[in-house]
Design a protein around this ligand. Structure first.
Ligand SMILES: *Cc1c(COP(=O)(O)O)cnc(C)c1O
Length: 350
């Protein structure tokens, strides 16, 4: 059998997998008398299994995102999609992946869980994407490359021209995590998905869409990749209430809130740049800002003492002295600014 470019990258056992077929797969007609799934027949709103194919939800997502349903996978958070691409493409104990660093911690955790080698390539000057270093770090067993743009925790968009060249040049699957793309002044790669058969774009409803509690992550890719993801996932990976709530919340847009957050981010960046307690403010295309301070632990503790929790990234290689601060409501940001100013006055007085 002739293998396609995608199937030649897929693990042998996954390529030959006969997926679990659910009882509901065989019947597609109008409302029936369901005696096929050993459910409880008495209606309490939740007694039936949810749609394993998430048809209604995907139809809404398709409209909102402008992407055909056959290019969409929905998971229990982006983390499910991240774990799935490892399980589909990486042979444990043999294969490896490359990733930009510093970046989102789940890529590395999923590698460790799946016993897959994890090669980190540090971002360059100004946290820029070093395409050539990423390619140089990969070999014949490098199945996946993780890019995150805008990147967490640095906040910057990776140069789209470099990302595009990388996707074309890297022979494995590029996983481009666009969790924060709604906050960036760039459309990302979803509108051009069709040009890149080996690209998986990850997005999430946890950030701009404000649905972190519902757990819904999105993966967009060629139908061939999506088919493998759908075969390997748990049949009922998205529960009924989540499918329904997400489908209805997607109907009311979030543009106004997103604009408020990016506006607040710009104000925050400008204020932070003037503060004595802050040594460096990194540009941000996301809903958070990364700052470098001479006293990260002391500042972190000072904020905690006032009930303001930020993320201490000072122990992460490439982020020495850095705290990551999520953009909050105008009132929350004002409180943060007040505390930082206070701290600056104290430390400069020492
Ligand atoms: C927050 C975040 C996600 C979202 O994860 P979910 O599991 O969908 O909530 C994905 N990637 C990055 C880089 C993130 O920062």
């Amino acid at each position: 059998m002739e293998l396609t470019e995608i199937t030649s990258l897929v693990r042998d056992n996954i390529r030959s997998l006969a997926p679990y077929s659910t009882a509901r797969d065989e019947y597609d007609g109008p409302l029936g008398t369901y005696l096929d799934a050993n459910e409880n027949p008495f209606d309490n709103g939740h007694n039936r299994y949810p749609d394993p194919h998430q048809r209604r939800l995907k139809a809404v997502l398709s409209r909102v995102k402008g992407v055909p349903v056959e290019n969409i996978f929905v998971g229990n958070g982006s983390d499910e999609a991240i774990d799935l691409v490892y399980r589909i493409f990486c042979e444990p104990g043999r294969d490896n992946v490359v990733s930009v660093a510093p970046s989102y911690g789940m890529y590395k955790v999923a590698a460790a869980i799946n016993n897959v080698g994890f090669r980190e390539v540090m971002l360059g000057e100004g946290y820029s994407f070093d395409r050539e270093a990423m390619l140089a770090a990969s070999d014949g067993n490098t199945k996946l490359a993780f890019l995150c743009s805008p990147n967490n925790p640095t906040g910057n968009l990776l140069d789209p021209a470099q990302v595009e060249r990388f996707i074309r040049e890297f022979p494995g699957i590029t996983v481009l995590d666009e969790a924060y793309i709604d906050f960036a002044a760039h459309p990302g790669f979803l509108p051009r998905l069709g040009e890149f058969p080996r690209l998986v774009v990850l997005q999430t409803l946890s950030k701009a869409w404000g649905m972190a509690g519902l757990r819904l992550g999105l993966a967009f890719a060629s139908p061939e990749i999506i088919t493998f993801m759908s075969r390997v996932k748990y049949p009922y990976n998205i529960n009924g209430p989540t499918q329904e709530t997400v489908a209805s919340l997607l109907e009311s847009g979030v543009e106004t809130r997103t604009a408020t957050i990016t506006g607040e981010r710009e104000k925050l960046l400008a204020r932070l740049a003037q503060m004595p307690a802050v040594e460096e403010v990194f540009p941000s295309d996301a809903n958070f800002v990364l700052i470098r301070t001479p006293h990260p632990k002391a500042l972190y503790n000072e904020l905690i003492a006032s009930g303001v929790i930020v993320r201490d990234r000072s122990g992460v290689p490439g982020c020495a002295g850095c705290l990551r601060i999520t953009v909050g409501t105008p009132a929350q940001n004002k409180k943060l600014i007040g505390l930082l100013e206070n701290f600056g006055n104290k430390t400069t007085a020492i």
